[in-house]
Write a new protein. Sequence first.
Length: 565
Amino acid sequence: MPAVEQFGTLPVGSCSIDGIRAECDDSRFLISGQPFEGRDIIYVHGLALNHIENRIGGYTPAFKLWPQDSSEFMDTGKYFRTFAEDYWRDHIRENLGLQDPMNSVVGGWQAPGGSTPAATPSYVPKSNRYMIAAWSSNQTIEYGQHALLMQIARAITNNQNVVTPTAYSKRFVRPFCSNGCVIVSHSAGALVTSSAMGLAKEGHFGDGGKQLASKIIAHVAFESALSGSRLATVGLAVGLGAVPVTGTANVLCIILDSLFNVTNTCGYNTSFLATSILRDLMPIVAQTAWGKWVNRSPVPTVMVAGGHPTGNYTGLTKIFLPGFDDGVVSMNSACGNSNPVFPGVNAPSGITVTSLRKAFDMGIPFQHAAANWLGHRNLVGGLRPLGLYLAGACTPDLSPTGMVMPVANAFGSSIWSARKRYDNHFSFIQGPIDHSYDGGTDDSNKWPSEMGQSATTARRYRPFFGNGNINEESRVVTNSAIYQTIDGHGTSLTKPLDMRVVVRGKKIGFHMPWKLHPGCVRPEPKKKPFKWYCTSWIWKRTYHLAAGWETKQSSHYVYEYVARR
């Protein structure tokens, strides 16, 4: 582990409203109707395969290191800073809004009617200031932790890399994070963030580190790699030659080529991967070495997880990701579930069901349903209870599409419990979300705001077998502490989100001389001898979906419900 640079006490700074000094936590700095009540935002990107690709390809800037080459991370136009800004550009455009060269606002999606599904979406620029933290995937996590904290410190002390939008109130003068910041992370960025906050709280970075951690009032983790990803294990094993390969025909080399976007990866010198973030993203390292610091994070963390019907990388990733996954990380990890999952040892968290037939999702296109079923059954060996056991999602009660599961046993607080979480980490939204959609950029499935399309254009996750209607989201709250108050002004970690019950199926109707069940009705005019008209389900599936699922997507719920009064 590298030497840890200590942070000295940060200057407090002063705040004012209309030129009159005010306490920095004055409620007047909060703006109802804005994401996170108008608080400042810090964006932390995920695993950057581009960094690894470019280093394999010999691109000189990708060899630069934190902290000795800090300008590459902090200065405009430099390699790591440019990557981080590009990573979040589409997300920020969609949820906050950006200025185009003609100074007209694009993006900033919102539904004016709040959670009312019938509300007409529109683009409205938001007033939140934000900064984007950059770190290198070619270094181990300790450097990412330090880079994150240092860049937050620079933003607080001298406003470095802070973006102030046109809509920011000119009445306000206050240092960045002065009334609390919200961190938004994606993928591996969640592990970097939560472990850094746990270490900082415990004094690893000195008194200034403790001070920094106290300024973060909430953390939102999209498709997080809190428990790592087995793909990192594959990449590291092949990259270091720990697994013998037979050339590019070997399935592991094919996957590595897909991951790193490099032909014949196995033919390159990839020994540097031993000191890359892939080391820390191996599940055994993420959980045993860093899990204890994740558990100590003082920052309440809201989790958004996806169970997409196909992997992002040629579909071969399903071989290595037990249970449901979004193509890169399993739902166990993305839900914040701390249960260990080891192929051949422990099966992913899940449930036993009363009926395998009733657990098959007949209310969605067959190809999607079949792929979900494979996720349910993808236990990759491992110890599991006897009986009709299926891998689960963030809650034992719902599948990734929101279908109510026929649960026989949810296994309480055992090693198979889908409700288990890292301390202070709370699942909020799940859906059939592909890994790249919420953070980073998904070039094959761009947001309408990026394409200059109307805010009323439906948002869809990556299509599967030509089906473009993958858009269900569900609330998956397993701990009421997610509704805790996080400041002295009544701001909740999340506001309650209504659910909608959707029933899909097929019925038959028939006449009977008697009332067969309460659903039978007497038709008019009355017919004899068949006085009653009855209906009966041939098959039925019930779904619990988040209010507004027809028009929203996962990040919309975060910006509307997290850190709000």
